[in-house]
Design a protein around this ligand. Structure first.
Ligand SMILES: NC(=O)c1ccc[n+]([C@@H]2O[C@H](COP(=O)([O-])OP(=O)(O)OC[C@H]3O[C@@H](n4cnc5c(N)ncnc54)[C@H](OP(=O)(O)O)[C@@H]3O)[C@@H](O)[C@H]2O)c1
Length: 171
């Protein structure tokens, strides 16, 4: 199972402002995000990201099985397009594999990203570096104990101010 992480980030590695705001990423970032999630057919997110996108009326994301990972018993009022799992990252991937998916799309936030990295489960990362910088917020990876080398697969200019870094995670 190939795991792909896709995030819009600031040059100093934040994915959201302290209040959770991530509305500052570009149209191209959103487009790439939707394309990749559609390609995988699924989208995995942590509870805080879920709460944020529900508030923004963006949930559930179209064309993909939306998988929410939480220890909380969240009621599923959305039906078959949504799966709410109280499971570890590895167990989440087993569920997706059993459902016939060949790849998994990891969509944040920082805590869930770090948990997947710590277990060495991420294979590729797309990072859209946006032209905004702020000094406090939610990090791409919450503090955790991991170190992984990367291979740069591609660099793409998405618009006049946004660069996409595409990495392979070496294992
Ligand atoms: N810029 C971007 O591209 C982008 C993309 C996605 C999200 N975001 C932003 O990221 C922010 C949320 O990030 P976040 O770091 O605060 O939270 P998060 O990773 O979205 O969610 C963390 C929560 O997920 C649950 N969880 C269950 N199993 C977990 C595990 N193994 N590891 C980690 N978490 C697990 C926990 O809730 P329980 O206590 O219920 O278990 C945990 O508190 C939002 O503000 C969103 O806007 C930005």
């Amino acid at each position: 199972m190939k795991v792909i992480l896709y995030m819009g980030i600031t040059p100093n590695g934040y994915i959201a402002k302290p209040d959770g705001d991530s509305e500052w990423t570009s149209e191209e970032d959103l487009k790439g995000f939707y394309e990749q999630s559609k390609k995988a057919g699924n989208i995995i997110m942590g509870k805080n990201t879920f709460n944020y996108v529900v508030k923004q009326e963006m949930f559930p994301f179209p064309d993909a099985l939306n998988v929410v990972v939480s220890h909380e018993a969240i009621e599923n009022t959305w039906g078959e397009k949504v799966l709410i799992l109280n499971k570890s990252p590895k167990e989440v991937l087993v569920v997706l594999k059993e459902k016939g998916f060949q790849s998994a799309f990891l969509a944040g936030g920082g805590q869930l990203n770090a948990s997947f990295m710590k277990e060495g489960l991420v294979d590729e990362m797309y990072l859209d570096v946006e032209p905004l910088i702020f000094g406090q917020g939610i990090k791409l990876f919450a503090d955790n104990d991991f170190e992984l080398e990367l291979e740069l697969l591609d660099v793409k200019k998405m618009n006049s101010n946004t660069v996409q870094l595409h990495y392979k995670v070496l294992k």
